[in-house]
Design a protein around this ligand. Sequence first.
Ligand SMILES: [Fe+2]
Ligand SMILES: [Fe+2]
Length: 238
Amino acid sequence: MRFPEIFSALAEEVKARLSGAPGGGHDWDHTCRVMRNAERLLTEEPGADRETVLFAALLHDCARPEEHASRGKVCHARKGAELAAELMKARGLPPEFCAAVAEIIRTHRYRSGARPGTPEGRIVFDADKLDSLGAAGLGRAFLFAGSCGARLHNTKEEAIGGTPYGPEDTAYREYLVKLRHLPQAMQTPAGRRLAEERLGFMAEFFRRLDEEVFPAPAAPEGETCPPKTDRHKKKEIF
Ligand SMILES: [Fe+2]
Ligand SMILES: [Fe+2]
């Protein structure tokens, strides 16, 4: 079997594992978006090996079901590296190729603190993080917040003071706590540039959401400027 046939067969296996994953943020659709992001980054990082990148992007979240079933005790990056190596070896892929892909998967997780050490790993890391930003990132953040029963929006103080998986764990909280810091973590120049663009869109979205949810009070008759409130001061966080 050649690489394209093995890729298609593995794609079917990963799709079956991830379809129906709860939350919508780490399902098969996410893997497809990450593969498309990786294709885009490959055009700007021509030195990277395309097959290594695409196999790693395909398999990077293959152990999400194990992490979910263990309620977070199993790390999907570490478990995914082992599982992906097994799946690839079973299809007859060369051991050194399997090892390179497994290492990319082991180091793809932002919150683990591990970072990739190869051009291929840097592309997959960035391709994955880009899906947390921009319009797709907003969609994912609201899907996750909805699955926690969180509110549509809250103030900065409520968001920062809230606890994970509760009513204050809004999309805005995810933006404040994690997403707005992602461009600094990007590993490639192209990834950083795209992350900044996508973050700018998110900042504008939350500025607008804030304006709609917490509108400025109307100016009293005879005055031209409405009084300042704490809610307006918080807009400075952007
Ligand atoms: Fe992941
Ligand atoms: Fe992912």
